[in-house]
Design a protein around this ligand. Structure first.
Ligand SMILES: O=C(O)COP(=O)(O)O
Ligand SMILES: [Mg+2]
Length: 234
């Protein structure tokens, strides 16, 4: 069956790898350094998806507002952001991949995309310095000749710019490039760039059901990708 796309751009966190454990550990070591209480995994799950800067700012705001923390001069998000970002990079790079797992069906799904003749690029909102070693550690780097992070371009998803730039690097038109992601950020960026989008149901979407987000398909596993181009195979 001929596939109408020449390339696929694949998201990382929540689509290829379940990284909530890494986020939780790196954030909680950062918060401990700053003498702030730990976050819950549920808060992390609701907050990831818009890059590390957004994650750190949101978590600091949430923890500083806890009744047990109490107001203290000079301890606001603005003042704590820079030290938090420094500690977070240190801790994240120290554990990158250790508390994370590749989702079932990912290796099979990526192999199916390759067999269908699609070029692959990984496009994540996490910093490129975190993304490359994570893909290496999880045995997925070989699938992706192109990897771009949240700091690779001027703006992050949901802005269409990173998708347009990735299409340029792939040498494909957005209309011939499929986006595979787990959140409304991926879908919004794809729509604005002119790429079709397939969403997985098992990732992180700010606590909202992903089925509310328009997409070509919502898949429980990347191994179901052929159903998108050959619906009768289901
Ligand atoms: O770091 C994040 O915010 C999530 O990144 P993602 O784009 O790979 O889902
Ligand atoms: Mg994601």
């Amino acid at each position: 069956m001929a596939v109408r796309w020449k390339a696929a751009i694949v998201d990382l966190d929540g689509t290829l790898v379940d990284t909530l454990g890494d986020f939780e550990v790196a954030l909680n070591r950062t918060l401990a350094d700053l003498d702030l209480p730990p976050v819950t995994r549920a808060l992390v799950e609701r907050t990831v998806g818009k890059g590390s800067e957004h994650l750190i700012r949101s978590v600091l705001a949430h923890q500083l507002a806890l009744p047990e923390v109490g107001a203290c001069a000079g301890r606001d998000v603005q003042a704590l952001y820079e030290p938090a970002w420094q500690r977070y990079q240190h801790h994240y790079l120290g554990i990158n991949g250790e508390f994370a797992a590749v989702y079932e069906g990912v290796v099979e799904g990526l192999a199916l995309l390759q067999e269908a003749g699609l070029q692959l690029a990984c496009l994540t909102n996490k910093p490129i310095a975190f993304a490359r070693p994570l893909l290496e550690a999880k045995g997925l780097a070989g699938f992706f000749p192109l990897v771009f992070g949240g700091d690779s371009f001027e703006r992050k998803k949901p802005d269409p710019l990173p998708l347009l730039k990735t299409c340029e690097a792939l040498g494909t038109l957005p209309a011939h490039t499929l986006m595979v992601g787990d959140s409304c950020n991926d879908a919004q960026a794809a729509r604005a760039a002119g790429c079709e989008v397939v969403l997985v149901t098992y990732g992180y979407n700010h606590g909202e059901p992903i089925q509310q987000t328009p997409a070509l398909a919502w898949l429980d596993s990347l191994a179901q990708l052929p159903a998108v181009w050959a619906p009768k195979a289901l």
